[in-house]
Design a protein around this ligand. Structure first.
Ligand SMILES: C[S@@+](CC[C@H](N)C(=O)[O-])C[C@H]1O[C@@H](n2cnc3c(N)ncnc32)[C@H](O)[C@@H]1O
Length: 329
C-alpha cells in the first residue's frame, strides 16, 4: 500500500524539518476502521510537520502533541494555533502519556523517534559537528549535558556508551583519547570533540561521506536524554492509552530504536506474554495486537531524493486488538 500524492504537496517552507513518510502514515490512518476521524497522539511533535498534515488532511481529527523540548514546542504551537481546539500540546516526555491522557479515547499514535532537523541545523545546542557549538544536547534542559558526559564520565563509562549507544567499534581508543585530552583542559565544543574523534580513528578506516564522529554524537545524545528508556516506556504507555482497533505507528532512524519497536510489536502480536507457551502458559495466550507491516516500510525513492534524512527511516505499524489487562511485565 502506498499513497500516490506528490511528496512536497503539504510542505511548509517556513519550517526546517521535512515530515518523513507522511503519505504512508495517512494511508494507514485512512485504512483503519476510524478512517482518519478521531484523536491522534503525535508523541514527537517537533516543529509540528506531521500534525499540520493530519489537521489539514483529515477534517474531523484532533491532535494531542507531546514534546520534551520547550524551544521547538513554541514553534509548533505558533504553527498549529490556527487549528484552535483541534490541537493541544503537552510539554512532557511521551513516556508520561498514561498520566497525562487519562479519559481520552485515542485512535492513532505516532512516534517519530530521535531529534528534528531543527535540532541539528538551528538549535545551537551542539547536536551536530557541522558547526562549532557548546556541548549541550539536552532536549529539556533538566540536568545532564553532553559536556558533563564528555568531561566527567570515567573512561569505562565512556567506553560503554560509545559501544552500546553508538555501536562504534573504535570505542576503546576514542574513550582513551578523550580522557587524555581532558586532563589538559576540558573539552568545550562540538568542533573540538569532532576533531578528537577524527584523529583517534586511523584514516584508512574512515568511511566515505560519513564523519567519523557521527556515532559518538549519537551515543552522547542518547545518553544525555535517556532516549532508549523513554522509547521502551513510551511504547507501553502508548499501547495502554490506545483504544481497541487503534493504530500505533513507530518510525525509527537507527537499529537501536528499531530493535525496541520491533520487539515490542512482536510481543504484542505473539499469543503468549508469560513466556510459557503451550500447556504451561499462565496468561490468556491471546494476542494483543496485529502487525500491519510484515517488514518495516522504507521511504520511497522520490522522498529520499527530496529529503536525504528519510533514507534511514523504518516505519512499523500495529493495530491494537485488546487491552493488556495488567498481564504485561
Ligand atoms: C524527528 S522529530 C519529530 C518531527 C515531527 N514529526 C515533524 O514532522 O516536525 C522528534 C521530536 O521528538 C522530540 N522528542 C524526542 N524524544 C521525546 C520524548 N521522549 N518525549 C517527547 N518528545 C520527544 C524531539 O525533541 C523532537 O522534537
Amino acid at each position: 500500500m502506498r499513497h500516490n500524492t506528490s511528496i512536497d504537496s503539504f510542505y511548509n517552507r517556513e519550517y526546517i524539518h521535512k515530515p518523513i513518510m507522511w503519505r504512508e502514515i495517512i494511508e494507514y490512518m485512512e485504512r483503519s476502521v476510524f478512517k482518519g476521524d478521531g484523536v491522534v497522539v503525535d508523541c514527537t511533535l517537533g516543529e509540528g510537520g506531521h500534525s499540520e498534515i493530519f489537521l489539514n488532511y483529515f477534517k474531523n481529527i484532533r491532535v494531542i502533541g507531546f514534546e520534551r523540548d520547550p524551544q521547538i514546542l513554541e514553534r509548533a504551537e505558533a504553527r498549529l494555533s490556527v487549528f484552535g481546539d483541534r490541537f493541544k500540546s503537552i510539554n512532557d516526555n511521551f513516556s508520561s502519556m498514561g498520566d497525562r491522557l487519562s479519559g481520552e479515547t485515542v485512535n492513532y499514535i505516532l512516534y517519530d523517534f530521535g531529534i528534528s532537523s531543527f535540532h541539528f541545523d538551528a538549535s545551537g545546542r551542539g547536536f551536530s559537528f557541522a558547526g562549532n557549538e557548546k556541548l549541550d544536547m539536552s532536549l529539556d534542559g533538566t540536568g545532564l549535558t553532553a559536556w558533563d558526559v564528555v568531561n566527567k564520565y570515567s573512561e569505562g563509562e565512556l567506553r560503554r556508551i560509545f559501544r552500546e549507544y553508538g555501536e562504534e567499534k573504535w570505542f576503546p581508543k576514542i574513550a582513551k583519547v578523550i580522557v587524555e585530552k581532558r586532563t589538559e583542559s576540558p573539552i568545550e565544543t562540538t568542533e573540538e570533540l569532532a576533531e578528537i574523534v577524527l584523529r583517534a580513528i586511523p584514516k584508512k578506516f574512515h568511511v566515505k561521506n560519513i564523519h567519523p564522529a557521527t556515532r559518538i554524537f549519537q551515543a552522547l545524545r542518547i545518553e544525555v536524554n535517556g532516549e532508549l528508556e523513554a522509547i521502551k516506556d513510551g511504547l507501553l504507555s502508548g499501547f495502554n492509552v490506545l483504544g481497541e482497533n487503534g493504530i500505533m505507528m513507530a518510525m525509527s532512524f537507527h537499529s537501536l530504536e528499531d530493535r525496541i519497536a520491533k520487539r515490542f510489536f512482536k510481543r504484542m502480536s505473539d499469543g503468549c506474554l508469560c513466556g510459557n507457551d503451550g500447556k504451561h502458559c499462565f496468561c490468556s495466550g491471546k494476542p494483543y495486537g496485529e502487525i500491519l507491516t510484515r517488514k518495516p516500510l522504507m521511504a520511497l525513492e522520490d522522498e529520499v531524493a527530496w529529503n536525504s534524512r528519510s533514507r534511514s527511516a523504518k516505519l512499523r505499524v500495529l493495530r491494537k486488538t485488546r487491552d493488556l489487562d495488567g498481564e504485561y511485565r
